[in-house]
Design a protein around this ligand. Sequence first.
Ligand code: LMR
Length: 398
Amino acid sequence: MFEKLEPAPPDPILGLTEAFNKDPRPEKVNLGVGVYQDATGRTPTFDSIREAQKRLLQADVSMNYLPIPGAPAYANAVRDLVFGADSRIVQDNRSRTAHTPGGTGALRVAADFLAVHGGRPTVWFSQPTWPNHNGVFEAAGLPIQSYPYYDRATQGIDFAGMVACLSRLGPKDVVLMHACCHNPSGLDPDAEQWKALAELQRKHGFLPLFDFAYQGLGRGLEPDSEGIRAFSDAPAMLVASSFSKNFGLYNQRTGALSFVGQTSEAADLAFGHLKRTIRAMYSNPPAYGGALVTTVLGDPALRAIWREEVDAMRARIAEMRSALVRGLEAEGIDRDFSYLTEQYGMFSFSGLSDAHVNALRDRFAIYIVKGGRINVAGITPGNVAYICKSVATVLKAD
Ligand code: LMR
């Protein structure tokens, strides 16, 4: 059955971590996978989460199955975090949220749901996008297309190109947008641009699908949902949330898929089918990560600690962006890197070519994703000088 298989290519992001782990060089730096590291290079468990762990242990929680869409308390907590408890969507009870195994699980449920119940629409990705979007939506058998997004020449968003492309779409199309901290470019639409995109949706009727993996790491927990809020009046919308980064729950696979309908009844109708999609895929979600998130969000004191922890991550990433720009300048590189400080979230498009990326890995054990995306959250006061020096050496060899 399997003799004729060709060797599988490594995953462009997680495959890089496998290679990094095998690299014996002590100076190695992983700027590939989007994992937060603190100033000492550790990926910490949040204080708020450690306290929630203690409480759950004491509460002696049963390991009985969760309902197909997870616990209602988790769904409500996530709904309020994503849309805002004061939002029209929540006030009108037009959303339903399912607990999924991570943000990737949420996207995959959305993809299968669209393939079966959405009439197999075409899914439009930003050019470029997170490489695994292709894998997830192709696995569900959906046709995929791209809309212009990143403009290499200006290092900004090609908004005119994006609008021109989305203006040609209709109700048989799904537009996948990064709610904040665009992965890989770090470039997000501003308030006016979100409004214009929502206006386009009203005119052309495509379905908005948001990937929301970095809430709190862009401009703050509430400002980061600005894009989603701009689409509040869309007749339907899907939001895939991940709590890997903003709760540090990477290996607990804690995410959520929210469906917004035009009315509460429409949301119920669609949600019934989403539950069937889930039942056929993994039956019901793993409980622990969701229980931790629910505990933190449900207790005002713990929630305040968590908010401070998210704010501190965002501040540290911003500091490292500045340190990187200063360090590159100090190395005498004849290029303006100031755009790096204007990008949001963990990632930046560094402007490094694939040849530079390969040279940094081979000569200096610095791992960067093909295309030049760097995980700024992997930069620390201890490695920033080494990174700048190595980048300078590689650029000067051109
Ligand atoms: C990333 O883009 O590095 C993260 O979202 C992790 C992943 O699963 O690829």
